[in-house]
Design a protein around this ligand. Sequence first.
Ligand SMILES: NC(=O)c1ccc[n+]([C@@H]2O[C@H](COP(=O)([O-])OP(=O)(O)OC[C@H]3O[C@@H](n4cnc5c(N)ncnc54)[C@H](O)[C@@H]3O)[C@@H](O)[C@H]2O)c1
Ligand SMILES: [Zn+2]
Length: 371
Amino acid sequence: MKTMARTIPVDIPGANYTVHLGSGLLPHVGTRLRKLTGNTGRIFVVTAPEIWSLWGNILLAGFPAGDPPQVLFLPSGEPYKRLASVETLATGLSASGADRSSLLIAFGGGIIGDVTGFLAAIYMRGIDYVQIPTTLLSQVDSSVGGKTGVNLSTGKNLIGSFHHPRAVFADTDVLHTLPERELRAGFYECIKAGIIRDPTLFSYMESHAQSILAADDAALSRVIAAAIRMKAEIVTLDERESGLRMILNYGHTLGHAIETVTNYRALLHGEAVGWGMLAATELSRMRGLLTQQQVDRICSVIHAYGPLPRFRATADKLFAATARDKKNRAGARRFILAESIGKAVIVPDVTDAELRAVIDWLLAHVREAAQ
Ligand SMILES: NC(=O)c1ccc[n+]([C@@H]2O[C@H](COP(=O)([O-])OP(=O)(O)OC[C@H]3O[C@@H](n4cnc5c(N)ncnc54)[C@H](O)[C@@H]3O)[C@@H](O)[C@H]2O)c1
Ligand SMILES: [Zn+2]
């Protein structure tokens, strides 16, 4: 099988690793793992049953037939991104004799990655893990940057830690079995990467929507590589989100609010971010940061990767949900806005009136959206 790989370094003090991106990577992971990570211990794969049945044999091809990795399963879905799953998996590891030298492989989407990364962070006070992200969102976003964790019943990602993988293997082949809606949801995060920091990526996604949406390998890997590079650069400059890393939240303030008021059921995360980016873009125009022409370009790219599904919410509930945003400090409402295509800024003083106006604008657009 042909392998076409690009490598993207992530150089953070205390954590240097490489993202390997390309087609045909999966069967080679097993043979390269030891050399790339320096790990000599036992290997455990954490995955979801449906991912394993689609791609497990291809991954196993790289491991010695007499010494395959042990597989631990986590059912799919956000309800399983909980401490209880971490305990079940940790018990499985311990019962199978996993020790401090063991290596975990997170083989799945963002949920598998976040849970496995957190398990690796706390099992025996920390063991190695690698990420093999299998959704577009996890390839371009969650597998890079070291944020790991689980949800509480009171909110998402409230328990967690920073723990970087030893390597990331993003094989674009696995995206061919991903449901189309999941793929489109991932593209919104790529558009975000373009808006906040990479005008070339934005223009490419603007002019090549057709081949990108058709999952053409060359187009896809160009977009994924650019989005990963952008994320790697930002987390290198600001690993702990004390400043710059906040710009990754473009579209996420209202995106998270939409997810909260719809109980995480109506929309995928990327879709909620798609709506949130439309609102952040309009707010940028209201503040005089973006011109109408820039706004039109951004909105038409977001719509080109759609359709964004409708959702039901009242303005009051959305307003209240944004007040709980993690980016708010001491009452000031922080927002990430764009001042050009390719440059985001942190705005500390968005007023209640501005927020209410943009929520009304957003809800009017949701009502108009075609189904
Ligand atoms: N750590 C971070 O920095 C970070 C960043 C963004 C998002 N996240 C987290 O990521 C999670 C969402 O991740 P996601 O969007 O990847 O969703 P997901 O992990 O739920 O995966 C989506 C669905 O696709 C299926 N699937 C995965 N790969 C497949 C494939 N190749 N073929 C067919 N089906 C496949 C999964 O089984 C699942 O049903 C959220 O919990 C979010 O909080 C974390
Ligand atoms: Zn996101």
